[in-house]
Design a protein around this ligand. Sequence first.
Ligand code: NAP
Ligand code: MN
Length: 270
Amino acid sequence: MNFGKKIWLIGNTSEKSKKTMEKLSKILKAEHFLFDDINPDIVISVGGDGTLLRAMHMYEYQLNRVRFLGVHTGHLGFYTDFTDEDLFEVVDALYEENPAKAIHYPLIKVQVNFADGYQIVRHVLNESTIRRASKTMVGDVRISDYLFERFRGDGLSISTPTGSTAYNKSIGGAVVHPRVKAMQVAEIASLNNVVYRTLGSPMIVAEKDIITVCPAPEDDYSLTFDQLTFEYKNIKSIEYSLDGTTISFANCAHTSFWERVSKAFIGEVE
Ligand code: NAP
Ligand code: MN
């Protein structure tokens, strides 16, 4: 019996992922798992971390009930636990899976406030960035009520702990364990000279703080929410906070964070 768990599969377009998807759906159908893309209990992503990010955004408004499980068809990722070679282990894991034992990682709520009062709210699993497309971006950065700095440069990245190993790391941010509920603000090519001053280093902000960026009233900002990019005009402010939203991973065979970091960036230690 599989206790009527409802499953959905999301894969990328690589040949290996397509084949793995076919194999896995065959096995799951033979085991009488139900397939449901509207209200799944477990979403299985087949591909890489990018695939899991895409799957997360497809179920962004159901994160309180959906659990995720990642199968990688390339290298071990940060959001993937199983390889395409252990598909029967995936099935065993699905049988054993217990929602009470799910692993939770924090997401950042991003609220974009426009000059006319319109608002957009999104949640990100890796990071959200703001940049100005043409010239130097100028923006005031507040930490809760305190006006911290006037940033000048290409832009800013605000990342989650699990996102700390992604874009954040490439721009010199620190790697943060996901049990540390914090947001990291990292600068993208800040301008620092006798006239302009920013902190110049990444900073890790506590769980209860809200980061607010008020960009100068220009018309060409580009905002990313993980892998998604949008161009916006008339932004008044952007608020970043940890509102308690998490992504849940099926607990089965979940690789520990530091093991992933070491395997992804260092490899075998002699
Ligand atoms: P992509 O351009 O294919 O991703 C870039 C790389 O980042 C891929 O190797 C991806 O792994 C890896 N990655 C994604 N999330 C990660 C995480 N939490 N920790 C460590 N590595 C991670 O784009 P994508 O696959 O759609 O992923 C979007 C993410 O890519 C963005 O959220 C951003 O963090 C990152 N990115 C990084 C840079 C950079 O470092 N310069 C530039 C653009 C985007 P997979 O191969 O397993 O997908
Ligand atoms: Mn990718």
